[in-house]
Write a protein that binds this ligand. Structure first.
Ligand code: ASP
Ligand code: MG
Length: 616
C-alpha cells in the first residue's frame, strides 16, 4: 500500500462532469489499496476571472485582499470534489491550507512554504478518508494569521510540498497534456512525450516546462527526493517521471526557503582555447566544433560573445590532458576561417590559456531571484579574483579564473553563500526513485539520451555593454545595479578580446534579460555609463534563444557540434553561445527562432511518430 499525493489542475476540474471523473480516478486508486491526499486548483479559468473582477474595481488591488479573493477559487473545488467522493461512498474530507497548517512567509501573492503540519492530515488518512486540500494557499505564521497564496500556478508547489512533508511514496500531477514533451508542440508538431526527465534537466528547461510544472515544485521534489510524475487526467497513460537523487535528512522546517545556491563547484584541471576574430557568419562554430568532435575531444564550457564589427570570438575549455590536441585542431582550422568577403580581414588567431580553473555556483533557488550572479561577482571581486570568462544557465553560473586564485575564490564563495565544504557523508546517493517507479510498475525509463529536450525563448532581449574596464568588480557593479532594479538576467557572456583604450584594458559584456525589461535596463545603464567608465549600451530586442538540455551530454563529445551544424545547414547565424554541463544555448535572430528550434529538434532525432494535438 502506498501513500500518494495527487494534484489536479484547473482544466481537470473545470466542470461538474470533470470533477466526477476525478472522483472516479481517486476512488479507483483508493480501492487499489492506497491512501490518498488530493490537491486541487480552482475550476477552469476561475482564478483569471477573479483577477479580472479585482481589476475592474482597482487598477492596483491591495495584495492582502487579492489573496483573500483568489484563495476562494480552490475552496469551491475542494468542497465539490469531496461531495463527489462521498456520493461514490468514499469517505473524504476537504481542508483549506489554513486548516491543514500550510505555514508560509507573510508575503502576500508570492509566499514560500515554511512548513506543513501533518498531524491532522495523518489522522484523517488513518481514519480511511481521502483528504482533499486546497492548492496554492497557506497561512502566515508570524503575528496575526493571514491567508496567503503561493503565486500563480502554485498548486503544483502545494502538492509536492505536502508529499515531502508526509514522506509520501510519490506525487502525481494530473493535467491536460500527456506529460513533458521534447519541445513545444505548437512549434514542432513532431514533439514527443518523454518517459522520464531528471529534476535538474527539468529546471534547465524551465522556459519550456514551466507551464506544465511549476519550477518551485520541481525544486522541492529535487531537494526532498519526492518521486514525481506528470500525467494526463483524460487517460491511463504513464506520463513523464521527473526523477531526482535522494538527498539525505533534509529538515522539513523552512521547506521552501532553500538557499538560492546549494553548491559551490570547481575544476582546476582546465585549460582555455580561444579563437579570436572569426567571421560573424553561419557555419563557423559548426566547422570548429565539428572538427573537434571528429577528433573525439570533449569540450566543457563554450562561449561566443558579440563584437563591434563583423567578427566573433569563440572560446572553450577542455581538460588539460587533451589541450594539446584541441589546440592543434583549432590552429589548423583558423586560416580556413578567414573572411572570404574581406581578404584583408585579420586572420583568426588562436589563444591558449593554461592555468585556469572553473568555479561555479549551482542551485534551483536562483531562478527568478535577481542578484545571485551579482553576489557571486561581488564576492570574487572582494577576494581580488579577476573573472576571465562567464557562462550562465538557468541554475548555474560558472566563471573561469586564474588557477592560482581558485582556492581563494571557492572559499570566498562558500562563505558568501553559506555552503559547507562537502564531506563524504553528504554526497547524494543515486536515487531510490527507480524503486518507487518499479513499485508502481511504470515502464522503465530508457537510457539517458544526450539531449532530452529543446526549448525556444522568444521573450528575451540582448544588451551589450561596450568597453567595460577589465578589472575585478566591474561585473559585480553592473549586475548588482540590475539586481537593485529587480531585473533578472539570463545569459551572461563576457568577451575574450581585450582592448586597451585610454590606458585601460577593456572588454565587452553581453547578457539577456526579459524583453519587457530591455528598454528600462538600457536607459538605466546608459545613465551611469560615464560614472562606471563604459561606453555604449546596445539593445537588441529581436533575438531568440534556443537551448538543448540533457544530462547525457556530460562527457560525450560532439553534442555541441551537432547543434551548431543543424543551425549552419539552415544558414542560421549564431550570435552568442553559452553552456553549462547539461545545457547549451545559442542566441539567434528572432525571425529564425522557430526554424532553429525545428532544425535542432530534428537533428537530435527527438521527433516522434505520433503528432500531438495541441490542447486549446
Ligand atoms: N489557481 C491558481 C492559478 O491559476 C493556482 C493553480 O492553479 O496552480 O494560478
Ligand atoms: Mg499549472
Amino acid at each position: 500500500m502506498a501513500l500518494i499525493v495527487q494534484k489536479y489542475g484547473g482544466t481537470s476540474v473545470g466542470s461538474v462532469e470533470r470533477i466526477q471523473a476525478v472522483a472516479q480516478r481517486v476512488y479507483k486508486t483508493v480501492k487499489a489499496g492506497n491512501s490518498l491526499v488530493v490537491v486541487v486548483s480552482a475550476m477552469g479559468k476561475t482564478t483569471d476571472g477573479l483577477v479580472k473582477l479585482a481589476n475592474e474595481i482597482s487598477p492596483n488591488p491591495n495584495r492582502r485582499e487579492m489573496d483573500m479573493l483568489l484563495s476562494t477559487g480552490e475552496q469551491v473545488t475542494i468542497a465539490l470534489l469531496t461531495m463527489a467522493l462521498q456520493e461514490l461512498g468514499q469517505p473524504a474530507i476537504s481542508m483549506t491550507g489554513a486548516q491543514v497548517g500550510i505555514v508560509t512567509e507573510a508575503e502576500h501573492s508570492r509566499a514560500r512554504i515554511l512548513h506543513i503540519e501533518t498531524t491532522r492530515l495523518t489522522r484523517h488518512i488513518n481514519e480511511g478518508k481521502v483528504v482533499v486540500v486546497a492548492g496554492f494557499q497557506g497561512t502566515s505564521s508570524t503575528g496575526e494569521m493571514e491567508i496567503t497564496t503561493l503565486g500563480r500556478g502554485g498548486s503544483d508547489t502545494s502538492a509536492v510540498a505536502i508529499a515531502a512533508a508526509l514522506r509520501a511514496n510519490f506525487c502525481e500531477i494530473y493535467t491536460d497534456v500527456p506529460g513533458i514533451l521534447t519541445t513545444d508542440p505548437r512549434l514542432v508538431a513532431e514533439a514527443q512525450l518523454m518517459d522520464a526527465i531528471t529534476c535538474d534537466e527539468m529546471l534547465e528547461l524551465a522556459s519550456l516546462g514551466a507551464k506544465v510544472l511549476h519550477p518551485r515544485a520541481v525544486e522541492i521534489a529535487r531537494n526532498y527526493g519526492v518521486p514525481l510524475v506528470v500525467r494526463s487526467s483524460w487517460t491511463d497513460d504513464p506520463g513523464t517521471w521527473v526523477t531526482s537523487a535522494k538527498p539525505q535528512g533534509r529538515s522539513l522546517i523552512n521547506l521552501e526557503i532553500a538557499r538560492p545556491v546549494d553548491d559551490v563547484e570547481f575544476d582546476t584541471d582546465q585549460a582555455k582555447v580561444a579563437l579570436l576574430r572569426v567571421p560573424d557568419k553561419p557555419g563557423v562554430a559548426a566547422r570548429l566544433f565539428g572538427e573537434i568532435s571528429r577528433q573525439k575531444l570533449d569540450v566543457d564550457l563554450i562561449i561566443q560573445s558579440i563584437h563591434e564589427g563583423n567578427s566573433n570570438d569563440i572560446a572553450f575549455t577542455v581538460t588539460t590532458p587533451i589541450l594539446k590536441r584541441a589546440e592543434a585542431v583549432t590552429a589548423a582550422i583558423a586560416p580556413a576561417l578567414r573572411s572570404q568577403s574581406n581578404p584583408k580581414f585579420d586572420e583568426a588567431e588562436v589563444m591558449i590559456e593554461h592555468n585556469i580553473a572553473k568555479v561555479s555556483i549551482a542551485g534551483a533557488g536562483m531562478i527568478g531571484r535577481p542578484g545571485v550572479a551579482a553576489k557571486m561577482f561581488a564576492t570574487l571581486a572582494a577576494a581580488g579574483v579577476n573573472i576571465q570568462m562567464i557562462s550562465t544557465s538557468e541554475v548555474k553560473v560558472s566563471c573561469v579564473v586564474d588557477a592560482a586564485e581558485c582556492d581563494r575564490a571557492v572559499s570566498a564563495l562558500r562563505t558568501a553563500f553559506e555552503i559547507e565544504a562537502k564531506s563524504k557523508g553528504e554526497l547524494l546517493t543515486p536515487n531510490s526513485c527507480t524503486d518507487a517507479i518499479n513499485r508502481v510498475s511504470t515502464p522503465h525509463s530508457s537510457p539517458t539520451p544526450p539531449v532530452r529536450g529543446v526549448a525556444l525563448d522568444l521573450n528575451q532581449a540582448r544588451l551589450a555593454i561596450r568597453q567595460l574596464p577589465d578589472r575585478p568588480g566591474m561585473a559585480a557593479k553592473l549586475f548588482g545595479l540590475l539586481a537593485q532594479h529587480s531585473i533578472s538576467v539570463d545569459m551572461i557572456i563576457q568577451s575574450q578580446r581585450c582592448r586597451v583604450i585610454d590606458g585601460v584594458p577593456r572588454r565587452d559584456i553581453a547578457f539577456t534579460v526579459s524583453r519587457i525589461d530591455g528598454e528600462s535596463a538600457k536607459k538605466m545603464l546608459t545613465q551611469v555609463a560615464a560614472e562606471f567608465g563604459w561606453s555604449e549600451v546596445v539593445l537588441d530586442s529581436a533575438i531568440a534563444k534556443v537551448s538543448i538540455v540533457g544530462a547525457g551530454m556530460l562527457g560525450q563529445p560532439g553534442v555541441a557540434a551537432k547543434m551548431f551544424e543543424a543551425l549552419a545547414q539552415q544558414q542560421i547565424n549564431i550570435q552568442m553561445i553559452a553552456t553549462s554541463e547539461i545545457k547549451i544555448s545559442c542566441v539567434v535572430a528572432q525571425e529564425q527562432g522557430v526554424k532553429a528550434l525545428q532544425a535542432i529538434h530534428a537533428a537530435f532525432e527527438l521527433a516522434g511518430s505520433e503528432k500531438f494535438v495541441v490542447p486549446v
